[in-house]
Design a protein around this ligand. Sequence first.
Ligand SMILES: NC(=O)C1=CN([C@@H]2O[C@H](COP(=O)(O)OP(=O)(O)OC[C@H]3O[C@@H](n4cnc5c(N)ncnc54)[C@H](OP(=O)(O)O)[C@@H]3O)[C@@H](O)[C@H]2O)C=CC1
Ligand SMILES: O=C([O-])CC(=O)C(=O)O
Length: 266
Amino acid sequence: MRTKTLAIVGCGKLANIVAEALIKGLLPDYKLIGTYSRTFEKAENIAKKIQDLNLNYTCKPCHSLEELLNLKPDYIVETASPTSLRELALPALKNGSSIVTLSIGAFADNDFYEKVKETATENGTRVHLASGAIGGFDVLRTVSLMEESEVTFKTKKGPNSLKNTEVYDDALQTEEREVFKGDASEAIALFPTRVNVAVAAALASTGPENVKVSINSIPDFVGDDHRIEIKSDQIHAIIDVYSKTAKIAGWSVVNTLRNITSPIAF
Ligand SMILES: NC(=O)C1=CN([C@@H]2O[C@H](COP(=O)(O)OP(=O)(O)OC[C@H]3O[C@@H](n4cnc5c(N)ncnc54)[C@H](OP(=O)(O)O)[C@@H]3O)[C@@H](O)[C@H]2O)C=CC1
Ligand SMILES: O=C([O-])CC(=O)C(=O)O
């Protein structure tokens, strides 16, 4: 398979996991040719790590999305935010770049989701939703094809990860509480960068307005636990993923990129 060119948008913690995996040789089918982040130095940091390898290509830190798109990467890894995905998806897909994204919450907006599908189809490009901090998209999608189902999504978080949201108050440090109950669209509207996983599970199954989401704050809880349950006439499946940190989400991008070029796809 021809080597694919790759670019990264949003050069924070998860992007660095992807870059380190590439440096370790885990993404042999890709050349990382460009980086872009709101803070230029962060794009430079990753680009420098690649340049220091003295490979036969250049990794360019970009000052704007437009500059990055001009590099015409085959794939763009988006590890910035749902707002960033909204900004880049259509221009990237029209530019001939497929996208691997973690900011799946942006697709809770059905009009945007449909426009993305249409644009990708028209331009022969694709959007890959990385599994992030959850998994089981295969079983969710398969059951949804088979028959009607009900899907619930229950998350446990520590109170500190809810700071700077409107549900946070200091009492959460000592008392367990359900801080949100609603559907996946309402959840991402309230927590724009914290429940991409709920929208991802919903898109893989019954849709953001049909998946019932519950978020529970537990004192001293470290990490996140996401429990997805799908029930239909024939199937009852539970996908429960605890992660101490969000690193699994960065690794899921590496896994997705490997799957794209692998002769055996999972
Ligand atoms: N699906 C999933 O399971 C998960 C999804 N996520 C998603 O992944 C994203 C990245 O997570 P993480 O790496 O931990 O976060 P970080 O904050 O460490 O990194 C995000 C980076 O993207 C940059 N950025 C933010 N907005 C924009 C923008 N509009 N244009 C360009 N750059 C931008 C940030 O700005 P700057 O350069 O100024 O620092 C920062 O460097 C999260 O926002 C979340 O949406 C996260 C965890 C799990
Ligand atoms: O890390 C997690 O558990 C989930 C997360 O941030 C997201 O879905 O945006």
